[in-house]
Design a protein around this ligand. Structure first.
Ligand code: NAD
Length: 280
């Protein structure tokens, strides 16, 4: 747990409220607006907030992260969950009063998780940069993707298949898990490189298991065929023609969540999301 550059208690906490379009989310947003509007210790603003409250599901939290990704140094996030599965959301829709009380008691502490830096270089020299909270994938839709995988400047393998995914520890429970990747605790600052339908036979070979790559090592994926590539960063998907290479590394910045008493531990969240209650 870390303490952020905070806390002049006389200065109101600047709060942004971001909600998805669901009726239930809008209703909670309305309730929060009404409470914060008249509170001395909070100031509602979408510009340069200290705390971003995301109302919806994980998708909404991912969108809130991307909305404020340029302010990661000083912004903290907290999620209220009105969707089905809340991996990044600590509060349920009926816990709004508890959230407000916890924010009133807040001392500026945060829980921080690594994110992945993405750098796409196109054959025409253009460079596109991004950050992912869950994962970034590269796929070739029209034909088999053939690409060299370079880890820490060493050519590791020539991959053939649908594509590759690079996930963060907190993203390891999302698409990465569906691809057969491992679940990685976020205190392990590493990326996970996972195959998407690799071709493995007597002629072509890939490692076949996901790889856990430490902070010091960068991953490069170098496509070997011209054509259209689909690159995703969390819930956003782009298409680029003729990708020269895509580089992945752990970003120098992290995402910070408000460390309220309701912030559930990683394993509790994994258990809650995937196992549910165990039979005794
Ligand atoms: P979405 O918002 O509908 O999310 C899809 C599901 O993934 C939801 O149930 C959500 O709660 C869950 N999810 C998101 N982040 C998670 C995490 N870190 N741990 C556990 N579950 C998580 O879909 P979207 O907005 O299109 O994409 C958001 C994310 O959905 C992507 O970043 C990707 O990880 C995930 N996704 C998963 C699959 C898959 O498992 N086959 C396919 C596409 C996207």
């Amino acid at each position: 747990m870390t303490q952020m550059n905070y806390t002049d208690k006389k200065k109101p906490t600047r709060v942004a409220i971001i909600s998805n379009g669901k009726y239930q989310s809008k209703r909670i947003a309305g309730k929060l607006f009404a409470i914060f509007k008249d509170a001395d210790n909070f100031y509602l603003t979408k510009r340069d907030p200290d705390v971003v409250i995301s109302i919806g599901g994980d998708g909404m939290l991912l969108s809130a992260f991307h909305m404020y990704e340029k302010a990661l140094d000083h912004v903290r996030f907290v999620g209220i969950h009105t969707g089905h599965l809340g991996f990044y959301t600590d509060y349920r829709d009926f816990e709004v009063d508890k959230l407000i009380e916890n924010l009133r008691q807040d001392k500026g502490e945060s829980i921080s998780y690594p994110i992945v830096k993405v750098k796409i270089t196109l054959a025409d020299g253009r460079v596109i940069k991004g950050r992912a909270l869950n994962e970034s994938t590269i796929k070739r839709i029209e034909k088999t993707m053939v690409a060299d995988v370079v880890i820490n400047k060493v050519k590791f393998e020539r991959f053939r298949g649908d594509g590759l995914s690079v996930s963060t520890p907190t993203g390891s429970t999302a698409y990465n898990k569906s691809l057969g990747g491992a679940i990685l605790h976020p205190t392990i600052e590493a990326l996970q490189l996972t195959e998407i339908s690799s071709l493995n036979n007597r002629v072509y070979r890939t490692i076949g298991s996901s790889l856990i790559i430490p902070r010091k090592d960068a991953i490069e994926v170098v496509p070997k065929r011209l054509g259209v590539y689909t690159i995703s960063i969390d819930n956003k998907t782009m298409q680029y023609r003729n990708v020269k290479k895509i580089e992945y590394s752990i970003d120098s910045k992290k995402i910070h969540f408000v460390a309220t008493p309701s912030h559930t531990s990683f394993w509790e969240r994994v258990m809650d999301a995937f196992i549910g209650e165990c039979d005794s």
